[in-house]
Design a protein around this ligand. Structure first.
Ligand code: 5AD
Ligand code: SF4
Length: 428
């Protein structure tokens, strides 16, 4: 979401006639986009602002955007940290105004206001992270209030974009040569637009599955979506994947813990049993859907037994990939009121244990893929001479011998070798 925000801010500035500097040293204005999901985010920001102050040459204008900006607001101007303006998560459409005011000499510019009605969600081609893969936001914010999480406070309540607008964005991206769109949002499957406009012709019990079918119908080569909230994951999403080849066979379904008591304390709204049922149904798809997850170790009160249950569930789900996090209290969240009683050592130990299981699972997943043919989108040079890198529909990174002419095309790659996090292969 932050990368996507940065792309749109860069687009806005380019439209206003600014150019994006090659490096921080040569820039007149530096924008720091911040995340506050885990650990000492403010501290990181202050360190970076301090570094910028020490850069030689004329003083730069420094702006802060993202979740730390939204949460800390005016606090960021305390002490002389060299921060000129602070832009909240919904005020990013007005970064240009803040820069103009700072150039005029205005100090301590703060905008934590609401998003404009006509906010432009589509970044321009030159500012997207890839010419072939594009992020398409479909919902912002979160209403779930998991007890450890700061996102509902930093990004506000869920708000869905109208389907007709999303479809227009996808068609535009397709025209510009994009092959793969990622529909993004904190919880994409909680998608609930104000109107059915653009979805009328599509079946499915939830608006999200209808949106998936509508996006599939644009004819764009590939559609991926992330993140899915387990409680809102219904079979109609798997049905849509089963029926549309261009809906990719990958679901990111964060479980967070394998212990019912921890899940309850996290207020996740799912149990181990209900989660397993969803996984079973996803696994029964003929599309061989790959599954990834997020896990937090060391939530307050997590016992060794709770952790063992997480290990069991982890193995049961046979994830293709997983992001593992050590719990870090976020001030202002309900969990931050609880005693952070799992020691740093225990958190580290549990993290490493899960990582071990993950490596084993990844190895098995890679072994299964060896010798098979994957349809890989050739996205960029891999960094090794004569080699390209891209993703399969199931979101595995695959490197293979190839030339510039393959870039932006989808090629059949026979998997020959597996290393750590990457598969290697040859074009068939
Ligand atoms: N501590 C550790 N991990 C967290 N996450 C969110 N909040 C916290 C926290 N306070 C993780 C969750 C979420 C992912 C984006 O970040 O696993 O799914
Ligand atoms: Fe945070 Fe929970 Fe919302 Fe995800 S669903 S963004 S973990 S509150």
């Amino acid at each position: 979401m932050n990368v996507s925000d940065s792309e749109r801010v860069a687009s806005q500035l380019e439209r206003l006639g600014y150019s994006i500097a090659d490096s921080e040293e040569t820039a007149d204005v530096v924008l720091l986009n911040t995340c506050s999901v885990r650990e000492k985010a403010e501290q990181k920001l202050y360190t970076r602002a301090g570094q910028l102050k020490r850069v030689e040459g004329p003083r730069k204008i420094v702006g802060v955007m993202g979740c730390v900006a939204q949460l800390e607001g005016n606090n960021l101007f305390k002490q002389d940290r060299g921060i000129d303006f602070v832009i909240g998560t919904k005020a990013v459409g007005r970064v240009g105004d803040a820069i103009a005011a700072a150039v005029e000499g205005e100090k301590r510019i703060l905008d934590l206001g609401e998003r404009e009605e006509d906010y432009d969600w589509l970044p321009i081609k030159s500012q997207r992270h890839s010419p072939y893969v594009a992020f398409v936001p479909i919902i912002e914010g979160c209403n779930k209030f998991c007890t450890y999480c700061i996102v509902p406070f930093s990004r506000g309540r869920e708000k869905s974009l109208e389907a007709s607008e999303i479809i227009r964005h996808v068609l535009e991206l397709r025209r510009e040569g994009v092959k793969e769109v990622h529909l993004i949002g904190q919880n994409v499957n909680s998608y609930r637009p104000k109107s059915e406009s653009g979805l009328e012709a599509f079946k499915g019990t939830t608006p999200f599955s209808r949106l998936l079918r509508a996006v599939a119908a644009t004819g764009i080569e590939r559609v991926k979506f992330t993140t899915s909230f387990p409680r809102d994951y219904h079979a109609d999403i798997t049905d849509a994947i089963n029926e549309h080849e261009n809906l990719c066979n990958w679901v990111h379904l964060p479980v967070q813990s394998g212990s019912d008591s921890v899940l309850r304390a996290m207020k996740r709204g799912h149990t181990v049993e209900s989660y397993k049922k969803k996984v079973d149904s996803i696994r029964s798809s003929p599309r061989n859907i790959s599954l990834s997850t997020d896990i937090i170790v060391g939530f307050p009160g997590e016992t060794e037994k709770d952790f063992m249950e997480t290990c069991d569930l982890f193995e049961y789900c046979e994830y293709d990939s997983a992001y593992i996090f050590k719990y870090s209290p976020r001030p202002g969240t309900p969990a931050a009121e609880l005693e952070d009683d799992v020691s740093t050592d225990q958190k580290k130990h549990r993290f490493l244990e899960l990582e071990k299981i993950q490596r084993k699972m990844l190895q098995r997943s890679f072994e299964r893929k060896k010798g098979s043919v994957l349809r890989v989108l050739a996205e960029k040079p891999s960094g090794r001479e004569g080699q390209l890198s891209g993703h399969s529909p199931c979101q595995t990174v695959v490197n293979f011998e190839g030339d510039e002419e393959h870039l932006g095309t989808i090629v059949d790659v026979v998997v020959t070798e597996a290393k750590r996090n990457t598969l290697f292969g040859e074009i068939r």
